[in-house]
Design a binder for this molecule. Structure first.
Ligand code: URA
Length: 256
């Protein structure tokens, strides 16, 4: 499979060029209903589509999966930056004075454990000064309800700062809703919350839009639906298990 992969990519990219649409081959953009909280949702570039295909492929092992997440994260960062306000800054190049741009607001990163941590390194590469909070919410196996278990967030994380929540998979939106509730409870305004995600189910997005209409969500792909086990279809399986190599564990019994 590994040796076949470059060949498959060749046909895949040739196919997308031929059809004139990067999304057409995998039907990534088959008219999903996009709630207003989702910002900058657009057809994937060929490179983004190739990387997402690798993540979706069940033959992708842990090493390739985690490496691909690393390669894909800059595209997530870019979508988040498109939600942020910039301001002009005057700098001196070695040659002349010039106008550039910098972020207007300070950023705080919040990861939803454990999958959210997979995106952290990539975000910190671009936002090295951003303090990092972590929140662990786990779904109860019996009731499927999310349980809040742990949080450590920077003290000064309100005051007009933009809070970027890292949560690669939005399925039912239950855990994410609980994380957002915790932030709101701590004085964060909805409009200062931006969620960065890889794949989302329409069910979860609509639930979030109903509960928190002022937040922003950025996501690479809105997939078709949830299955009866609350996995995203077609999705990519359990993100945390595939990233951390714990997929030999009973996949039905845990939630990320
Ligand atoms: N979390 C995952 O990792 N995958 C899903 O499909 C749903 C939730």
């Amino acid at each position: 499979m590994q040796r076949l992969r470059p060949l498959l990519y060749y046909f895949f990219i040739a196919g997308t060029l031929f059809t004139g649409s990067a999304g057409a081959m995998l039907d990534e953009y088959a008219e999903p209903s996009v709630p207003a909280i989702v910002k900058n949702y657009k057809p994937l570039s060929p490179l983004e589509l190739m990387l997402l295909t690798t993540l979706r492929d069940q033959n992708t092992d842990m090493a390739l999966f985690s490496g691909t997440v690393r390669n894909l994260t800059p595209f997530l960062v870019q979508r988040v930056f498109q939600c942020l306000e910039m301001q002009d800054v005057i700098i001196q190049t070695p040659v002349a004075q010039s106008i550039g741009a910098e972020l207007k607001n300070n950023i705080v990163l919040v990861t939803v454990l454990r999958s959210g941590d997979a995106l952290l390194e990539g975000f910190r590469r671009y936002l090295p000064d951003a303090p990092v909070g972590k929140i662990l919410v786990q779904r109860d196996e019996q009731t499927s309800e999310p349980n809040y278990l742990y949080r450590k967030v920077p003290k000064a994380f309100k005051n007009n700062k933009k809070i970027v929540i890292l949560e690669p998979m939005i399925a039912t939106g239950g855990s994410l809703s609980m994380v957002i509730e915790i932030l709101l409870h701590n004085g964060v305004a909805q409009e200062n919350i931006i969620v960065s995600s890889v794949v989302a189910a329409p069910e979860g997005l609509h639930k979030l839009a109903e509960k928190f209409p002022e937040i922003s969500v950025t996501v690479l792909s809105i997939d078709e639906k949830l299955n009866e086990k609350m996995f995203i279809v077609p999705g990519l399986g359990d993100f945390g298990d595939r990233f951390y190599g714990t997929d030999d564990y009973d996949a039905d019994s845990e939630d990320d």
